[in-house]
Design a protein around this ligand. Structure first.
Ligand SMILES: Cc1ncc(COP(=O)(O)O)c(C=O)c1O
Length: 419
């Protein structure tokens, strides 16, 4: 049993003491919430790190993707090929610009299957959007060739993969444009935030025009996000397992609008909230920039924890580990989470819960997560991506973030093996 703060896959996982203090400081500095120098600094950090020519910050991955789609002039009648086993947040911007998402099945690493991609292309296909699921790089050489041969735009969804490498190059540099997320449970986190990147001057010009046409989010929205690390750290997490008080606090804060939800209920019906698309407010850029400085430390920690899971679980016949597939030397994953396929995910989740470990992150139960997503609204036909549907039934995700010490990773493997 883990006393005190729980280990969780998705409840403010990357937040450390310095992040909480920084958020607290920003709360008392409202003059810097909207405009300030850190937005540009964060964009410069990204350009330098990725080695790309242009970076535009937005208030989410969702806003960043909308900017890219509009810059590529993807519109009504166009099809965007993308993998199933994705989040509705990655699909909604496609619906918003009037295009049709076409879902492609996944391979054994939970990424886009090239074989199925070849079957799903039509004369209306305009772009392929590649997701590097949970930080495992997709087969970029083959996918890029396919896009070039078929004159399709290539968009990289790097919401999970900041710092992952393919062929010794960082994910995000292979396509026409890429976007990143700084959502609360992503690689680095400012509760909400995102970045669109490209090295193509024409695309950059159009993203810039879109950026100029939108505003910063409201001060109330910005404050709501600044409160998140503070309230999670002082009121929610310390009491999460104490007569469920922390959990009740969290529900209260969300229901009263004091804290935001990562994905709203309406998004499951294809309706994006009015606070997208917006620019990245300076206050959240300050949080993101602080986390960005810790990126290498975060990712090498994730890789170490993943190594423990692989070593301890690889010989167990009870589980399939998608991220142990031998794939040559060309991939350096960063394990945003560590997926395990099991016959009894519900029983495992419950057993973890009793040990104050929360592995339910919403990434299960549906080929488009979270599970209440209305598949028919998203144009997903049941049975069209059988592997994604199968994975959704069996998956649990183990935490790898900086707040999971090695001894807890060992305990997690023990719980799994003993069940
Ligand atoms: C695969 C994937 N793509 C895109 C997004 C959208 O990112 P954001 O939450 O920053 O809008 C998310 C997360 O919600 C995601 O998991």
């Amino acid at each position: 049993m883990i006393k005190g703060k729980p280990i969780s896959v998705s409840l403010s996982p990357n937040t450390q003491k310095d992040d909480v203090l920084l958020a607290l400081k920003m709360i008392f500095n409202p003059r810097e919430w909207q405009k300030g120098k850190t937005v540009k600094e964060l964009e410069e950090s990204f350009k330098k790190y990725l080695g790309v020519q242009y970076a535009f910050s937005f208030n989410s991955g969702r806003s960043s993707l909308e900017a890219i789609l509009r810059a590529l002039e993807i519109k009504s009648g166009d099809e965007v090929l993308m993998q199933a086993f994705t989040c509705n947040a990655a699909v909604n911007p496609i619906l918003k610009v009037g295009a049709k998402p076409v879902f492609v099945d996944i391979d054994s690493t939970l990424n886009l299957s090239l074989e199925d991609l070849k079957k799903k292309i039509t004369p209306r296909s305009k772009a392929v959007m590649v997701q590097h699921t949970f930080g495992w790089p997709a087969d970029m050489a083959e996918i890029k060739d396919f896009c070039q041969q078929n004159k399709l735009f290539l968009i990289e969804d790097c919401a999970h993969s900041l710092g992952a490498r393919y062929d010794n190059k960082l994910c995000g540099v292979f396509g026409d444009a890429a976007f990143f997320s700084f959502g609360r449970d992503k690689i680095i986190s400012s509760v909400y935030g995102g970045m669109a990147t490209t090295s193509n001057p024409g695309i950059a010009k159009k993203i810039g025009e879109f950026y100029a046409s939108i505003d910063c989010p409201s001060s109330a929205w910005t404050l709501q996000q600044l409160l998140h690390p503070v309230l999670m750290n002082y009121l929610v997490l310390p009491f999460y397992d104490c007569l469920k008080a922390g959990k009740a606090f969290l529900s209260f804060f969300i229901n009263t609008g004091i804290l935001s939800k990562a994905v709203t209920k309406n998004e499951g019906k294809g309706i994006l909230p009015g606070y997208f698309p917006k620019r990245m407010p300076n206050a959240l850029a300050v949080l993101a920039q602080n986390q960005f400085k810790k990126l290498k430390q975060f990712n090498s920690h994730r890789q170490n924890i993943a190594k423990i899971y692989t070593e301890k679980l690889a010989n167990s016949e009870k589980f399939i580990l998608p991220f142990t597939v031998k794939n040559g030397q060309d991939k350096l994953p960063i394990f945003m989470k560590y997926p395990v396929l099991a016959a009894n995910p519900k029983a495992l989740t419950e057993k973890f819960r009793k040990a104050n470990i929360y592995i339910n992150d919403g990434w299960s139960g549906s080929p488009i997560v979270p599970p209440l997503t209305r598949l028919e609204i998203f144009g997903y036909k049941k049975g069209s991506c059988p592997k994604a549907e199968e994975v959704a039934k069996k998956i649990i995700n183990l935490p790898t973030h900086i707040n999971v010490p090695e001894e807890k990773a060992n305990l997690i493997t023990k719980i799994l093996i003993d069940l």
